[in-house]
Write a protein that binds this ligand. Structure first.
Ligand code: NDP
Ligand code: 8X3
Length: 260
């Protein structure tokens, strides 16, 4: 295991779920955290929680209000980071969402745009503006959050699954393009994790969201963050290319054991 103390880690989508859990586990390592999301009040709340838990002096956090869909905002946010925060060592491309669960021919095109713009284009923008610095400094690690949905398509998952299949292809492509550099690329691809994911998918319908996890013990965001922690602390010659992690109750994207 290597230390990532004082390394600069940028986590997108840090205001909730897996991203927030990553911030908590990585704060323990003494890494310097750039926490990005649209909801600043959530990030401030998380930062306050972390300050309460850890010694304020050893905790280094920089908050970034960022909509990853906005290419010029991403470019400007990365290029205008204060000098002490600009040399990003680890990029965790976590921001993402699903919208709707509909047959493709009945889908809401607005939902499609949002998923494609966030899950694919947002991830690409961050990668495009952060990785050149890594190449220049000859060090770095990109962790993309994919999904079991990128390996297996499920009914009505169409566009969301398509975006995660794209993340899988992009992670593989980035790994190939960075061969010959010491930069690592990892895709962490979970099954069902209980976060705000389903609430977002169902546009705030909490009852429908709860049904997704009924009778199942899903993964927690901390389970996923734990795997990410493992990936980023391997010796520098080791690259964990891809990890699929599932709840014990889930065998595939569609096969889930539910206790009634
Ligand atoms: P949450 O809804 O709890 O968190 C999603 C995060 O993404 C939030 O912090 C949100 O922040 C951020 N986000 C969404 N859109 C944008 C945007 N345009 N710009 C910046 N940030 C954005 O869900 P999860 O933690 O579950 O999701 C994290 C990742 O994990 C996603 O990529 C998801 O696809 C993936 N995943 C989730 C699984 C699950 O079952 N939960 C399983 C497999 C993968 P804000 O709204 O403040 O901007
Ligand atoms: C989220 C997991 O199976 O709900 O990527 O699509 S799933």
């Amino acid at each position: 295991m290597i230390s990532i103390q004082n390394q600069i880690v940028l986590i997108t989508g840090a205001s909730s779920g897996i991203g927030a859990a990553c911030a908590k586990i990585l704060a323990l390592t003494g890494a310097k955290l750039i926490l990005a999301a649209r909801r600043q009040e959530r990030l401030q709340q998380l930062a306050a929680e972390l300050v309460e838990t850890f010694d304020e002096k050893s905790l280094q956090i920089h908050l970034l209000e960022l909509d990853v869909r906005d290419r010029s905002a991403v470019e400007s946010a990365i290029s205008n980071l204060p000098p002490e925060w600009s040399d990003i060592d680890i990029l965790i491309n976590n921001a993402g969402l699903s919208r709707g669960l509909d047959k493709l021919h009945e889908g809401d095109t607005q939902d499609w745009e949002e998923m494609i713009d966030t899950n694919i284009k947002g991830l690409l923008y961050l990668t495009r503006y952060v990785v050149p610095g890594m190449v220049k400094r000859d060090r770095g690690h990109v962790v993309n959050i994919g999904s079991i949905a990128g390996h297996q398509t499920y009914p009505k998952g169409n566009v969301y699954c398509g975006t995660k299949a794209a993340v899988k292809a992009i992670s593989e492509g980035l790994k190939q393009d960075l061969l010959g550099t010491p930069i690592r690329v990892t895709s962490v691809d979970p099954g069902m994790v209980e976060t705000e994911f389903s609430q977002v998918r169902f546009h705030g319908d909490g009852d429908r969201a709860k049904l997704v996890y009924q009778g199942v013990t899903p993964l927690t965001p901390e389970d996923v963050a734990d795997v990410i922690f493992f990936c980023v602390t391997r010796p520098t010659h080791v690259n964990i290319n891809e990890v699929i992690l599932m709840p014990v109750d889930q065998a595939s994207a569609t096969i889930v054991y539910r206790r009634t």
